[in-house]
Design a protein around this ligand. Structure first.
Ligand SMILES: *Cc1c(COP(=O)(O)O)cnc(C)c1O
Length: 397
């Protein structure tokens, strides 16, 4: 494992600890880790103040107009918050239109099946974006649809879905929008003045750069009020969590105290860095450095530039028979970089995350480690198989 602890513009992870080039859990700062070195009583004033501060800081990220919204944190990983949002805001006699283009869209469908809620789906496959016209058509054809559910950045391919286009269409048709902005919020703008939405979710261990342990829902207060008695699950009832928190300042059941403390520090660093705009700029620079370097080595991205998110990038595996993902993964890890397997059904791929406590200097080292690993494996060319490129031509411009 790498013991290179040379200080970059951002400090490296602890000596010997690899960078997590994964979309959460991700590499966090020393300060975030340090914030977990004390214990907190969940009922104590100090912890209640941290919860209040955190909710307020999160609300400030949705820009002016946030007074009509409130933030409700929820224990568990991000999926728990998605399930809480769907179960609490989609009325029992409502109907969802799910815009699906990857694993997280599929998970939303699966959640609605568990919840026993009515839904229809526009399934765009592995990596095509849902577009406004097709959503408009679906909404015109089916007046029973009350809510549209979209994944902001579909982390399985890395595509940044056209949220504004979809939000405008949904609003124009008088329906409500629920957003899984898990891997985008905090780095990709999601402001109420720009995007009309009913509720959105994200979690502690994505672009705010905290550690895993809870998610949070930001919803219109009117939606929170309307959620009374709707949630089919005791622990995932957003209305109950919200009203309890408003009344007592406490979480309903044991909160992940250390994770909250770390997250408050992560929010402080987010603000100090310059907020959403600065984070977007750093992640974009990470991605651009990565993609340029990888293309120089012969790699090709799954997505055309227009759809590449600054969150995570999918690369096709090289066609060269000397390439094997497991071998490549192990060699990258030995050099201090943990990468992520791909999730495509048709062609083999792998993913590299651009989020977390990393900057372009780190991304240049990632590219160098990739080049070295290929050489060690005897891979002569990183060019993907022809079928991968044929697949890609199906993509819209
Ligand atoms: C990370 C993520 C989730 C939540 O995943 P968990 O493993 O439950 O934290 C949901 N949606 C998207 C788009 C994600 O990136």
């Amino acid at each position: 494992m790498s013991t290179d602890c040379t200080p970059a513009a951002l400090p490296a992870p602890l000596c010997g600890e690899p960078y997590l080039l994964t979309p959460g859990p991700l590499t966090t700062s020393h300060e975030v880790k340090k914030a977990m070195l004390r214990d907190w009583g969940s009922w104590d004033d100090d912890f209640r103040a941290m919860t209040a501060q955190m909710r307020e800081a999160l609300l400030s990220l949705i820009g002016p107009g946030g007074e009509d919204y409130d933030c409700v944190p929820m224990q568990g990983s991000g999926t728990f918050s998605v399930e809480a949002m769907l179960g609490s805001f989609l009325p029992r006699d409502g109907k969802a239109l799910v815009l699906s283009n990857g694993a997280y869209g599929k998970r939303i469908v699966q959640t609605l099946q568990y919840l026993g809620r009515d839904f229809s789906e526009i399934d765009k496959g592995d990596y095509l974006p849902p577009r406004g016209e097709e959503v408009a058509q679906a909404l015109e054809q089916d007046p029973a649809i009350t809510h549209v559910v979209i994944v902001h950045c579909e982390t399985s391919s890395g595509i940044l879905n056209p949220l504004k286009e979809i939000a405008d269409t949904v609003a124009a048709h008088g329906r409500k929008l629920l957003v899984d902005s898990m891997s985008a919020f905090g780095a990709v703008p999601l402001e109420v003045g720009e995007i009309t939405f009913e509720a959105m979710v994200s979690s502690a261990n994505k672009c705010i750069e905290g550690v895993p342990g809870f998610g949070f829902i930001i919803a219109r207060k009117s939606a929170l009020e309307a959620a009374k008695g709707v949630g089919p699950s005791l622990s995932l009832d957003v209305y109950a969590q919200w009203t309890h928190m408003e009344k007592t300042g406490q979480w309903r059941y044991t909160p992940p105290t250390h994770v909250v403390a770390a997250f408050v520090e992560a929010l402080r660093q987010h603000r100090e860095e310059g907020g959403v705009a600065a984070r977007l700029a750093r992640y974009t620079a990470n991605r651009d450095t990565l993609v340029a370097g990888m293309r120089e080595l012969g790699f090709e991205t799954l997505l055309k530039d227009r759809w590449l998110s600054p969150i995570i990038v999918t690369f096709f595996n090289p066609d060269d028979p000397a390439f094997g993902f497991q071998d490549f993964y192990a060699r990258m890890k030995a050099k201090g970089f943990v990468i992520y397997p791909g999730k495509l059904t048709v062609v083999d791929s792998f993913r590299v995350g651009c989020i977390g406590r990393m900057d372009p200097a780190v991304m240049r080292r990632v590219v160098a480690a990739v080049a070295e690993s290929l050489e060690e494996m005897g891979v002569k060319s990183a060019v993907p198989p022809r079928i991968a490129l044929e697949e890609r031509t199906k993509l819209v411009a």
